[in-house]
Structure formats: structure tokens, C-alpha cells
Design a protein around this ligand. Structure first.
Ligand code: SF4
Length: 474
């Protein structure tokens, strides 16, 4: 997938001009928020579980080399072929190479953000494989030709009416109904024969279990099982941070994942894949490949970003983010949107290209509060801002503004004088307590009004208050 985080501002303007998009996003994120809150109220030890989840992930990250070696040894003993990819290009080429050795051309894929990260869909299309996305939401966006806009609900930006139009246009036997169950049946009819005739199945991994060398996938549709069982070849692509020591460590993380992602108590399908078909198995793949991808993860370890590697891709930080709720996922211009994407994309695509994402945050801390593995996202975003400043990626106008502020902040009298003049100036543009337009403020007022300031500065009001008088009223 082509990324363009450098176009963040243009993308935001487009997103804000689309009222339908905001409705579609709010519908899903508001529901996700309330379902998560309900699930957690029924799980009293949630905070304890979060601390446990953090500890498990931190332990693995601190001992990554050990667990990677253990996983490789046990997966190989199970009959899997383990491949190592240092970057996205190498990962793509390993997968295309394995696929090209097969006779057939049909490839089914279960949803995987790592697959998006390494650009696997485009690579399969360029190599002229018959790529079939099997997750319902991924199927919808494949028909629409869109990239995912959310890491759990990739088609969140589309409405039911959009889906009806797409299914009528592309399905061989579409339904006349607009009922969700009928639409799901239409997708099932379309996909079932493709599942059964696939030559290669590609999945991601929710967890890699080091002590058994097995791969855990979770879905609510059973599409990962249908992607991995009928084809002759199963390929897993997974980031190296997906490791856990054992099943006993995967279980607490699974409990956190489902409650944070969908507000459920258990995911419908949780499957552990441990190697190819064995002698007496009735079905299963003859070849089982696991591609372990670094793609900047070890670099993150050395750049003070190791906490981000705890992420279990639940999407809770997106659902609770005031910025994401307004602009949706595509505006971020990277594979990963929302708060977690604002940290990951600068690390994956380069800080110079993606520096604006680190600024697309109010630092209200909601994302950190809901993160099931306690990732301090605001702290990491502030670190990226500082790094962008130190590397001189910020434009001259920002540097000048900050230098001006620093100069004033060191001179309190001058600061007060500037603040008083500023307040007076701003009040000239106020109408009924709001400013609709004002020179140098289009970035704000183009999309919303700005509250007009009080008659006096904060310090002015404070002095009067301290002297026993009531503060100014507007
Ligand atoms: S950063 Fe935390 S809340 Fe956001 S997707 Fe990752 S695990 Fe979930």
C-alpha cells in the first residue's frame, strides 16, 4: 500500500468536508466505546489484567532474541519453514517467491495489518495472482478499491448503502435486499467457492507461541480457518513483536484483546496452527511457511520506542480518539491510523515524512487510559515531536513562532503587554462570544468558530480576583 503521511493536512481538509464520513465513523466508534465499557464493567480485574499484559509483552521485548530462537526451533520441529525478513521488500519477495512455486494462482487472505504494512496486496496483484480478501470488511474494501480505514473495522468509512451498491455491482448472485443478514449471505455465496478452490492461503498472526512454535489467529467469521485449511500452502506473515512465551501467556492477552477490540467476552474463532498437515490428518496444508518480519521494529528498540512494540492491535485507542473520530483513518495517510498510527508511521515511513502525525493529538491521554497494555502514547508522541524539532524537520515559521514565544516567556512584562494587545485585537473580531474569521487563523476558523477571549488576560483577571474583586464577565 502506498503511504502518504506527508499529505496529512490536505487529507484532513478532505475528510472534514465529508459529513457522511463523520456519521459513519461515529456510528461504529461510539458503539465500540460503549461495548468496551460494558465488557470491562463485567470484568472487575481488568486493571490487574492490563498490568499483567504489559509485563508479558515487556518481558518478551527484553528477551526478544531468546524467544525468537525458541520459536524458530519449535516451529521448524513442527514442520514449518521459518523465513526472516528485515524489511517490507524482503518480506514481499519471500511471499511472492513461495506463491510463484505453486501451480495455481488463487490466493485467499485473512485480514492482517502486517500484510498491509509490507504492501502484500499490491505485490500479489502486480504478480497477477487472483487475490481474494476473505474477511467481510476486507472483501468490501477490495471491491471498493479502498485501503483500510481502521485496524479492526477496515471498511468503517463506508455506509450500508455503499455496501449494497458494491455487492450489486460485483457479486455474481447479489441480493435485492438491503438487510445485513442478506448482504452477509451474498458475500458468503461469493466467497465460499473461492475458499474451496484456493491454492495458497495467507494469514497474519495475533500471537506466536515460542514454546510450541505455533501461530494463533483470532477471527469472528471463521475466515482464517477457511483460508488455512483447503489450500496446499499456508503462509503466515508476522511482526517479530507478536511473540509470547507460551499458551499460558497468550490467554491473558486474548482476554484483553477481545474486550478492548469489540467488547466481546471471547472471539468466535481462536485457532492455533502448528505446522503442515500430518500423516493421518484429513485436511490441512502440505506446506506451512512463517515469515518473521522486522521492518523497523529492532530500530524502534534502539530509539526509545520499545513500549510501542507491546501493541496488540486492538483499535481501542482509535475508537476513543477525538481526532480519529473527526477525520477517520484515511487522513493519516499511513497503514496504521489513530494514536497508535501516529507513533508507528513516523517509525515505519520516516519522521521527516510523517512528522505532522505526531502533532495531530490533543494529548488528552484517553488513548493511554484505554490501552490494554498501557502504552504511554502521549509520551511517545511528545518524544517524536522533540525529535522532529531536534532534527530540524519543523518548518521555519514554526521555529520562528517558538523562538518568539521563548523570548516573550523569559520577559514577563513584555509577555503581558503582548497578551493584552492580542486579547484586544481578537475581541475586535468576536460576535456574540465567537470568532468566525480572523487574519492568520484560517487553519482553525475554516471548519469551526473560535471562542472570543474574555475582556482581560488571565493574569489581569487573576490580579483582580486576588485583590478581592470579581473577575471580568463577558
Ligand atoms: S496502542 Fe494500545 S489501544 Fe492502541 S491498538 Fe495498540 S494495544 Fe490497542
Amino acid at each position: 500500500m502506498q503511504t502518504h503521511p506527508e499529505k496529512f493536512q490536505e487529507n484532513v481538509a478532505k475528510a472534514l468536508a465529508n459529513p457522511q464520513l463523520k456519521i459513519a465513523i461515529r456510528r461504529t466508534t461510539d458503539r465500540a466505546e460503549s461495548k468496551r465499557a460494558e465488557a470491562i464493567s463485567n470484568f472487575p480485574k481488568f486493571d490487574h489484567a492490563r498490568t499483567q499484559g504489559k509485563r508479558i509483552k515487556d518481558h518478551v521485548i527484553e528477551n526478544l532474541g531468546y524467544y525468537l530462537t525458541e520459536f524458530e526451533r519449535n516451529a521448524t520441529a513442527n514442520g514449518a519453514v521459518v523465513h526472516w525478513a528485515s524489511d517490507a521488500e524482503q518480506a514481499r519477495s519471500i511471499v511472492i517467491d513461495i506463491c510463484s512455486r505453486q501451480k495455481g494462482r488463487r490466493v485467499t487472505r485473512a485480514k492482517s495489518m502486517l500484510g498491509e504494512e509490507i504492501g502484500l496486496a499490491d505485490a500479489l496483484d502486480d504478480a497477477e495472482f487472483d487475490r481474494v480478501e476473505t474477511d467481510l470488511a476486507e472483501h468490501i474494501i477490495q471491491l471498493a478499491g479502498d485501503p483500510p480505514s481502521h485496524i479492526v473495522w477496515p471498511s468503517m468509512h463506508l455506509t450500508r448503502e455503499d455496501v449494497v451498491r458494491l455487492f450489486r455491482k460485483h457479486h455474481r448472485n447479489p441480493t435485492d435486499s438491503e438487510e445485513i443478514t442478506e448482504l452477509v449471505d451474498s458475500a458468503r455465496r461469493e466467497l465460499r467457492s473461492k475458499f474451496l478452490t484456493a491454492d495458497i492461503g495467507i494469514t497474519g498472526a495475533n500471537f506466536l507461541l515460542a514454546d510450541s512454535g505455533s501461530v494463533c489467529t483470532v477471527t469472528n467469521e471463521g475466515n482464517a480457518e477457511l483460508t488455512t485449511t483447503p489450500p496446499v500452502v499456508h503462509i503466515v506473515t508476522a511482526g517479530i513483536e507478536k511473540l509470547v512465551p507460551s499458551m499460558a501467556h497468550a490467554m491473558p492477552l486474548l482476554r484483553l484483546l477481545v474486550r478492548s477490540a469489540t467488547g466481546g467476552e471471547i472471539t468466535q474463532y481462536t485457532t492455533f496452527h502448528a505446522g503442515p498437515k500430518r500423516q493421518n490428518d484429513l485436511d490441512g496444508p502440505a506446506e506451512f511457511h512463517i515469515v518473521l518480519v522486522d521492518n523497523g521494529r529492532t530500530r524502534m528498540l534502539s530509539q526509545g520506542m520499545s513500549e510501542m512494540l507491546r501493541c496488540i492491535r486492538c483499535g481501542a485507542c482509535l475508537n476513543h480518539c477525538v481526532v480519529y473520530k473527526h477525520i477517520g483513518g484515511h487522513a493519516y495517510g499511513g497503514v496504521y491510523p489513530g494514536p497508535m498510527g501516529s507513533v508507528l508511521t513516523p517509525n515505519l515511513d520516516g519522521l521527516e515524512r510523517a512528522r505532522k502525525l505526531a502533532h495531530a493529538c490533543t494529548l488528552n491521554g484517553r488513548c493511554q487510559e484505554v490501552c490494554p497494555v498501557q502504552i504511554p502514547l502521549p509520551k511517545l508522541l511528545r518524544a517524536l515531536r522533540a525529535s522532529s524539532w531536534e532534527k530540524k524537520y519543523e518548518p521555519p515559521v514554526n521555529r520562528l513562532a517558538v523562538a518568539g514565544f521563548v523570548m516573550l516567556a523569559k520577559r514577563p512584562r513584555l509577555f503581558q503587554l503582548f497578551a493584552s494587545v492580542g486579547v484586544l485585537g481578537m475581541r475586535m473580531f468576536g460576535r456574540s462570544g465567537w470568532i468566525s474569521s480572523m487574519p492568520l487563523s484560517r487553519g482553525w476558523t475554516a471548519n469551526r468558530d473560535l471562542p472570543a477571549p474574555e475582556k482581560s488576560t488571565f493574569l489581569g483577571q487573576y490580579k483582580k480576583f486576588r485583590d478581592g474583586r470579581r473577575p471580568y464577565q463577558n
